[in-house]
Design a protein around this ligand. Structure first.
Ligand SMILES: [Zn+2]
Length: 564
């Protein structure tokens, strides 16, 4: 009997001790952490149509479209005037992002329309915006992109030229509207091209010299070309003082004016300006780009189908493997019409020497944009065909061919704009897929709560772009953007653990300490560290021992009672 009581006491004691150990582990306040996740935007808008669908927009109509989407979806659309054109038109940048989540996100950019006649680029930019708004809250992928990225879109960097191209029928204007007296007669732009025959298009005339000495005469040598127009100022010359001066895509500082020649001649289509950033349009873009960091960006052009990656002076890609991989990615998603241009790329590994004064080279070399792509979205193959050229002169020495441009060199006909947009859509989705957003989740936190003590964080970081990483280290910052700790960079598609230590400069309070994890390229995830009780996590081994002893105790008690 005494032995039984002794056994019973022993068993009960053995049960109580581990429970006591478990309880004492949980005492005291500790730092706890929570991710700050903003809300989604409630979708309270119907599908938005363009106010001017199926037509090319002039700059006033572009502004109307932007005001319209801003009014309809203010929580996703923000308009920013980044500067003025030469003639004083506003240069507008649209930002599409979930504005209920204010922490800086990964940024991406589409800038359209450096070149006046490339109107289709304005149209694609407008349709890109609508596509995002019309699919937010419906399509999970697009909702995720808009929630986690700041998508910047400049629909026209050259609105002055857009006005001339759309409303004055000058479909050949490429440059900006900086006035210039090309022929030195005291007047600016007084002898421009015209649609003389009133067919709605300005013809291009190609002059060839006949070479009758060859074995198979006549053999033609291209000599020169000119445009439809008249001698407006009666100086016996025509089109010698055209509208437009600077090629905005030759006005950036990298390799500016390198090569000379046409670049330095104000009369040519590629005049680079009096100095880098001489023009208000490129200055405005520069100031905008200096405020924002983009890992990837598109500049839209037309006239050919191509994806130009920046190159160095020796025609090499500075990001050889990455660009090679991306040309393969793009070959899968670009329209068929791009094939002939992409076909030779993987072996050639480069398309042209670094463009003198080009946008992409500046973005790469001075703004740290890993992948700035000059995307040429439209090519009209008819310019290369015999049928599209009409012989208007054929004498002993010359042949002149007229290309009426009726097929539109830089732009499709209006009712094909929507078709082209649908074909190019995957390329725009690719941009968003490639933008490196960093997904961060803290897996453990420990440390003190008083000033001078430190807190240790363990987190898992995953870069959601399959190709582009965070480029720079991942930082832990306070909301004043002071760096609290620095960890490693995360590569494209990588999932990496990071460790960080935060020194507390003051006691942790119930208000909490807000911290940001990320960097300028990948955006930031916000967390709040506050006071809490340790979570009731119990060591499974300890728990097993407790349960085991308890079960044993019950068995022993039952045995004792039964055998009495
Ligand atoms: Zn262009």
């Amino acid at each position: 009997m005494r032995l039984r009581i002794l056994l019973l006491s022993l068993v009960l004691t053995l049960t109580i001790i581990p429970v006591q150990v478990l309880a004492t582990e949980q005492e005291g306040l500790v730092p706890v952490i929570e991710k700050v996740v903003g809300s989604s935007v409630d979708r309270n808008w119907e599908a938005i149509a363009l106010l001017y669908d199926g037509q090319f927009h002039d700059p006033v109509e572009v502004d109307e479209e932007l005001e319209n989407i801003h009014a309809l979806v203010p929580d996703l659309v923000d308009l920013e005037t980044i500067g003025q054109s030469y003639q004083g038109r506003n240069l507008t940048c649209v930002r599409i992002t979930n504005e209920l989540r204010v922490t800086q996100k990964a940024k991406t950019l589409v800038v359209a329309h450096h070149h006046g006649r490339e109107q289709i680029t304005v149209e694609l930019a407008l349709r890109f915006m609508l596509h995002l708004l019309n699919n937010y809250g419906i399509d999970d992928t697009i909702t995720e992109y808009v929630d986690t990225q700041e998508i910047y879109i400049i629909p026209t960097l050259n609105p002055d030229a857009l006005e001339v191209v759309v409303n004055q029928g000058n479909h050949w204007l490429r440059k900006n509207l900086h006035p210039f007296d090309n022929d030195g007669d005291g007047n600016c732009s007084e002898d421009d091209v015209e649609d003389v025959d009133g067919d709605g298009w300005i013809s291009n005339y190609y002059v060839y010299l006949k070479d009758n000495s060859s074995d198979n005469p006549p053999f033609y040598d291209y000599d020169w070309e000119y445009w439809e127009g008249i001698d407006n100022d009666n100086d016996t010359l025509f089109n010698e003082d055209e509208v437009g001066l600077v090629d905005l895509n030759r006005n950036y500082p990298i390799f500016w004016s390198v090569g000379g020649g046409d670049l330095l001649d104000p009369a040519t289509q590629v005049y680079c300006g009096s100095e880098p950033f001489s023009e208000p349009e490129t200055k405005a873009f520069r100031d905008f780009a200096l405020k924002n960091r983009f890992s990837m960006a598109y500049s839209l052009h037309s006239g050919i189908n191509a994806t130009y990656f920046p190159t160095d002076e020796d025609e090499y890609w500075p990001e050889n493997q990455l660009y090679y991989q991306m040309t393969l990615d793009l070959a899968d998603i670009l329209p068929e019409s791009f094939n002939e241009y992409l076909g030779y790329l993987p072996s050639k590994m480069s398309q042209e020497a670094g463009l003198s004064g080009g946008w992409a080279e500046w973005m790469y070399y001075q703004r740290g944009t890993t992948v700035p792509i000059t995307l040429e979205v439209y090519h009209n193959g008819s310019v290369d065909t015999e049928e599209a050229h009409v012989i208007i002169l054929n004498n002993d020495t010359h042949i002149i061919r007229e290309w009426e441009g009726i097929y539109g060199y830089f732009n499709p006909v209006e009712d094909k704009i929507g078709t082209l947009w649908n074909e190019m859509l995957p390329t725009f989705m690719y941009l968003l897929e490639m933008t490196p957003r960093l997904d961060v989740s803290v897996t453990a936190i420990s440390g003190g709560i008083t000033a001078g003590s430190s807190i240790s964080l363990s987190a898992r970081t995953e870069c959601l772009s399959p190709r582009l990483g965070t480029k720079e280290n991942v930082y832990i910052l306070n909301t004043s953007m002071d760096v609290l700790d620095t960890t490693i960079a995360v590569g494209g598609g990588q999932s990496l653990p990071i460790q960080a230590t935060i020194e507390l400069s003051e006691d942790l309070t119930n208000d909490g300490l807000n911290i940001l994890i990320g960097n300028n390229y990948s955006g930031f995830t916000e967390f709040v560290i506050s006071l809490g009780y340790p979570s009731m996590t119990i060591d499974p081994v300890l728990l097993g021992v407790v349960i085991g002893i308890s079960v044993l105790a019950i068995v022993v008690v039952v045995y004792i009672v039964k055998t009495r």
